[in-house]
Design a protein around this ligand. Sequence first.
Ligand SMILES: C[S@@+](CC[C@H](N)C(=O)[O-])C[C@H]1O[C@@H](n2cnc3c(N)ncnc32)[C@H](O)[C@@H]1O
Length: 260
Amino acid sequence: MSEHAAHQHDTQHDTRDGGPGLPDGTSAEAAGIHSGATIHSGADPAATWDERYRSKPQMWSGKPNPQLVREAGGLRPGKALDLGCGEGADAIWLAQQGWTVTAVDVSAVALDRARSHEKAALAREAVHAADGAIASRITWQQADLEQWQPGASFDLVSTQFLHSQELAWQGPLRTAAAAVKPGGTLLVVGHHPDRLPPWGGAGHHHREMFYTGDELVQELGLEGPEWQLEVQTSRERPVTGPEGQHATIADVVVRATRLP
Ligand SMILES: C[S@@+](CC[C@H](N)C(=O)[O-])C[C@H]1O[C@@H](n2cnc3c(N)ncnc32)[C@H](O)[C@@H]1O
């Protein structure tokens, strides 16, 4: 069934606070969502994001993003690509659903954490495995998405909250779309520019870091003949800020199938 509801807020209350896109106690500032920020394409994104990650022992909640779980939960597992995977919760969840995952991020610090979260998850699963061994299904890759090209195609390409002062979203999201196999799924989730968390500097966020569903669909040509646009919506969810503040933000969710 097609859910094509641009501008319509489908209120979806996730009972968890935060989520990797905007975790408990993590300020939008720490995530690089600064008041009055600009896209600094000349900055070194690896050094900048490593420093951001080092500023906290854990940046995100460690749980998979709710829109990923909702949108990919019913798909038949195959090969998946997670762009801007951060500390790895989405990639680990996908692997647990049976996907073989390539997970890419510019930050070596985030990827080290992701590997150790995966190791812990595998150790927990191994306890229940008949032979006591579970093999990794995730390839963690450090790369700058401003230049990186996958060199393969995937049954699912997911990018969740790929917002960064140092990276214009258009190029990496075009790379994401191009990496989807015929018959495969593209899933892009981001913070809605009009419903950002107030603790990042209300009303002063840099607009260029974010996109609406319409902007995304237009940029990626998802209404063209190569795609079946399955979901274009924005979904509200409650989150808790770094000082325990409560707010309702909205996730832009776009899911499309590349026509065979
Ligand atoms: C807001 S975080 C989202 C992380 C993860 N997807 C999640 O939802 O928890 C953005 C991620 O994009 C990564 N990133 C930023 N610029 C990048 C670039 N040029 N190339 C690859 N990854 C980048 C950051 O290191 C960070 O992990």
